[in-house]
Design a protein around this ligand. Structure first.
Ligand code: COA
Length: 145
């Protein structure tokens, strides 16, 4: 099935599907969940999803930050579809979406085990490791202008 990447609407059925995927891939393995309060803050974010045919395969979110920066977060691909290029398609689409809106730098907090994934797309580590949602993370960034 060809993979298509597109923006989806906050609050839509597709958004609710994406929340289930984010929960399964990013939160459940840590024994964590999303609160209504956390999700309510996503209303102004840019929500991007990958579909294999009609089936949701992955997602990524952009949250406008400041000074031309936008934060990329919640990158997730279904376990059985990882390492097949979908994550790269999502980051490339997100970079275009950010550029189109006038942002010049993407920043992110990468889980330590995903740092290499981002490095392969040109992101650079910008600081020491720190703990977030119980896991070791590194701050990374990429200039996209
Ligand atoms: C991290 C994640 C989003 C990457 O998506 P993906 O579809 O598996 O990645 P791709 O297949 O597009 O990989 C692109 C390149 O990065 C590499 N790569 C992907 N994940 C990697 C990882 N965890 N460690 C090292 N390299 C990785 C791929 O091998 C590929 O390299 P290549 O170009 O040399 O072939 C996905 O694996 C995932 O959901 N992981 C679990 C959740 C997670 O850790 N999310 C990130 C939170 S910061």
């Amino acid at each position: 099935m060809p993979t298509t990447i597109r923006e989806i609407q906050y609050g839509s059925d597709e958004y609710r599907q994406v929340i289930r995927l984010r929960f399964e891939v990013l939160r459940k393995p840590l024994g964590l969940a999303f609160s209504e309060k956390q999700l309510a803050k996503e209303a102004d974010d840019i929500h991007i999803a990958a579909f294999d045919g009609a089936e949701l395969a992955g997602c990524i979110i952009l949250t406008p930050y400041n000074n031309g920066k936008i934060k990329m977060r919640q990158a997730a691909v279904l376990p059985q579809k990882q390492r097949q290029g979908i994550g790269r398609l999502l980051t490339e689409f997100a970079e275009q979406a950010a550029r189109k809106r006038g942002f010049s730098e993407i920043i992110l907090h990468a889980r330590e085990n995903a740092v290499q994934f981002y490095e392969k797309s040109g992101y650079q580590v910008t600081g020491e490791s720190f703990i977030e949602i119980t896991l070791s993370h590194r701050a990374m960034s990429k200039f996209i202008a």
